[in-house]
Every structure is written in C-alpha cells, then in structure tokens.
Ligand binder design. Sequence first.
Ligand code: MG
Length: 251
Amino acid sequence: MKYIRFSHERDTFYGQVEGETIHVLDRSYLEEGCQRTGQIIPLAGVRLLAPVEPSKIVCIGLNYAKHIVELGHTRHDEPVIFLKPSTALIGPEDVIDHPAMSQQVEYEAELVVVMGKTAKNISVAQAQDYIFGYTCGNDVTARDLQKKDGQWTRCKGFDTFCPIGPWIVPDLEHNNLNIRSLLNGDVKQSSNTRNLLNSVPELISYISQIMTLNPGDLIMTGTPEGVGPMKAGDVITIEIEGIGKLENKVG
Ligand code: MG
C-alpha cells in the first residue's frame, strides 16, 4: 500500500494506491476514522503533490561516515539536527529553483521518516510505534552558503529546497534499504541505510527529548557520500529500495 496526496480537477485529495489505481480517501490518512470514499481514479491521470503537509521538517546532518569525510567534518557525539521551513517543501516533478544568491546548489539523497503519532520523550524501544511510513527526500543545499554562514538556515531553507515523494510506504525494513541519487541518469550517490550512524529509532527518541513530533512531521535522516552540484536544466532523481523514485528538474 502507498499513500499519496494529489491534485485532480482543481481539488486536492488524499489516496491509497494499489497497482495503477487510486482509492480516494475522505480525509488525510493521518486522521482518525479516515476511510475510502469509493471513488477510484487511474494513477496516471493525476498530479502527485508532496504526500504530507508537516508542521516541521527535522533534518539530521553528518549521519553517514563517508559523507562526514567528504565534507571535511568530524563525527559529533550526538546527532546534529537542524530544521527546514515547511515553505521549502515541493512534490514530485516540481521544479527546484536555483537561487541567484548561490553558485553551488547540491543534491542530498535521504530516507525520510513520516511521523504517525504525537511523540514526546519516547524511548528508542518505543519509537517504531510512532512511525507512519517512509518516503524519498532531497535535502537541497546551497553548499557555498553553508560554508560561508557556518549555520544552516539560509543554505537549506530556500523555497523548493525540500522535494519529497512520490508517496509514503509504511512497513519497511528501514535499516536495510539501498539509496541512490542520479543526476541526468548518472548514479552519483549509492549507499544503504544500514550505514546510518544514528538509526531511525535513535533519531526519533533523541528529537522527541527536544521537541514534540506531531503526526505528519518529517525526519530527514541524512545523506550518504557522493553529494555534488546541480545546474539549471538538470534532472535529479532520488531512489530508495521499496519506495520508488522522486524526480525533480532544476529551474
Ligand atoms: Mg542532508
């Protein structure tokens, strides 16, 4: 089962995808009592949107050892966390705007966790129960501004710098998924989520000691090695085993 948010005949809907068919839902799949309306639409006939509208997007930096090396950083004792604004969010096939302020906009393939329940001060052992599912994400980063600023709000926070999708898949073995990015079809990043330094349950527990995670909130779990620049006209694809492909063009 896959969960989507989509636009069809000028309205926005939530749906469940089975094969090439959408079963329309009467409300967000995150709300209690959510049911199918009975309406069925072909998947090919709709525009997929970012599959969720989070209250916040929590991101993890430096969570793959080889990426820490390529950036010239050292490993921290605790997870490095930062936020992306919800206004950065875009969906599949939306255009990533290359801001004039940066000369070096880069892709970062990341497994994204979608929270299913309100989580505050939860343990590592409890964390799995709070997950709704998983999707693909691209933590787009203005690398030159990251080096210049020292902190990451500007370089990670531009509008369109958080593509996610194409859908949410629940029930995945999140600790053993191949993850890749492809720039114009050429593989640039290729790793596996087993290489995460801080696991998904550890991250959820850690973040929940700091801020309440709401249903629909996103956790971007960090990127493996192989990050690099994108230019206008490029197509960037983030591909995660068991989920699918998220494709965006750079404008
Ligand atoms: Mg990142």
